[in-house]
Structures are given as C-alpha cells and as structure tokens.
Design a protein around this ligand. Structure first.
Ligand SMILES: [Zn+2]
Length: 287
C-alpha cells in the first residue's frame, strides 16, 4: 500500500470528503534511465507545470491529491497501459496487451516518441523490458492508487467525484490537439461527451468558472482520456471530470516560471473546490 517514490499522495490517508484530485502530468523528477536525446527543458514542454502545487491547498479542505513525480514524457499515466507505440519498440513487436488510442501517429502514446513540435525524444528504440519496467514502476502504482481512492470514497459516501487536473499550452504545437496554431480557451472541461460523470457535475464546474470570468469549453478540443474513463461510471455514481487550465493564466511558457496570475487562479480554484464540496455533500445526502 506504500506509494512509490515516483508518486506523491497528499491529504488524508482515508477519504473524509467525496471529492478527490489527481495530477498526472506535473512531475519533473527525471529518472536516470530515461535515455532521451531531447533536453530536460524541451522534455518539460510536455508537462502540466505547477498543477499539483496549484491544487495543494485543497488537501487542507480534506481532499486527497495524487500526483506523478516522473515526467509525462517518460510515461503518460493518462494512457491505457496497452497504448504502445510500436515504432518506439525494439523489433516493433509487443508481447503484452495492445490497446491503441490513436495517439501513436502524433508520438503521444503511453511513452511519447516525439515532442509537441515533432522533434524526436530518442535516438534509439526501446527494449520491451525497459518499457515493461516503466509500466510496472510508474503506470501500475499510479492507477492502483487512483482506483483504490475512488473505490474507498465510493464505499464511504455511496458516490465519488474525481477531478483529473491538467494544464495546456496556450497555443497548439504542430502536432497539438485542435490543429497547429489553434488558441486554447481559458479552461477546457472533458467528460468524454457526457460518459464519465453526471451532466450536472460538468454543468456546475462550468457555471462557477464562467461566473469567475473564464472562457470555458466542454469536450473541445480535449474530451478527457484514460484517467477519467478507467474508473468512472456515472450510473453507479462514480464521476470523473477532466479540467484543463490554460498555462497563460498562471505562468510564462517561455521561461516556465509562474507569473502574477498564479495566486488569483489558485484562489479561484479553491473557491471552485468549496462550491463542489457543498455540491457533492448535498448530492450524497440526496441519495
Ligand atoms: Zn495534462
């Protein structure tokens, strides 16, 4: 049950509120065996900088917060473990389950092959055992922890609400979702076209954020991927929603430093969390 040193788990050890958070892409502890040719600075372009820190005050409100410490470009936990890019595998064959998401052609399967601008991350293919090792050390404990948290929350409250926390570059790269050069909204919510949470949950998050003055889009261009899909089931009151924040709201993408907007964004996010705590606790009682 001990979380791997490749993850951080914050907040209470057992659920005390029906709402929980995870941040799969904010890590930047570069493992020694990465073996990439791209520089760490370039590799960090794939990262959702500061997202775990932005949400950390929520743990003082009783929320559990799971965050990856390994970089997203090393392994993306927001992918199915079988989402293997065969072009990156030595010999081009994979012995375990294959579950392609369609992201391999843009280099963004479970292990990224290219940066957002299309430059290669490696000058080599990766042996099967090396990839299996990353899955065992990173993907498995991340998913097991999230799955366990959602299950224990659901067991305690009869329902669970999970926000999968991300950020996005202000403008899409050449291989970015929505097309190269497309400008992102302030916030993009993703519920995989209404399949990962009750419509009321997406609606209240949207309403609160719009009320704060943010431009909010739903399922455009991000619908949510594996972490909102894997353990959600709205019919059984297990709700997961992806929340993407535009980096321009809180950081300078070129220097990768936070700017003056960081604090007001964090304050707004905590206001959102407070509203959602009221909403989820009312929903629990309504059952
Ligand atoms: Zn992300």
């Amino acid at each position: 049950m001990t979380p791997s040193h490749l993850l951080t788990t914050d907040g209470p050890a057992e659920p005390v509120v029906p709402l929980l958070l995870d941040s799969p892409h904010s890590g930047f502890d570069f493992p020694d065996d990465f073996g990439a040719i791209a520089s760490e600075f370039d590799l960090r372009d794939g990262e959702d900088s500061f997202i775990d820190e932005l949400y950390r005050p929520a743990t003082e409100r009783g929320l559990m917060l799971l965050a990856a410490r390994f970089p997203r470009t090393y392994l993306d936990p927001n992918r199915h473990r079988g989402d293997i890019d065969l072009d990156l595998i030595e010999g081009g064959a994979w012995p375990d389950e294959l579950a392609p998401s369609g992201k391999a052609p843009i280099g963004k399967a479970l292990l990224w092959r290219t940066l957002d601008d299309g430059r290669p991350i490696y000058d080599r293919t990766l042996p099967v055992a090396e990839v299996q090792g990353r899955i065992a050390r990173c993907h498995t404990p991340y998913h097991q922890t999230l799955q366990r948290w959602i299950a224990s929350t659901h067991e305690r409250f009869g329902a669970s609400w999970h926000i999968n926390c991300h950020s996005m570059n202000a403008v899409a790269g050449t291989q970015g979702e929505g097309g190269a050069g497309s400008e992102r909204a302030d916030i993009v919510l993703g519920d995989r076209d209404g399949s990962t949470c009750a419509p009321g949950f997406t609606a209240i998050v949207r309403e609160v954020l719009v009320g704060m003055g943010y431009q909010v889009k739903v399922n455009d261009p991000y619908k949510g991927v594996e972490l909102v899909r894997a353990y959600s089931n709205p019919a059984l009151r297990r709700h997961s929603l992806q929340l993407e924040i535009n980096k321009r709201l809180y950081m300078d993408e070129s220097t990768r430093l936070r700017h003056a907007g960081y604090e007001s964004l964090q304050k707004n996010l905590m206001t959102l969390i407070d509203v959602l705590l009221d909403y989820t606790q009312a929903e629990v009682k309504r059952a």
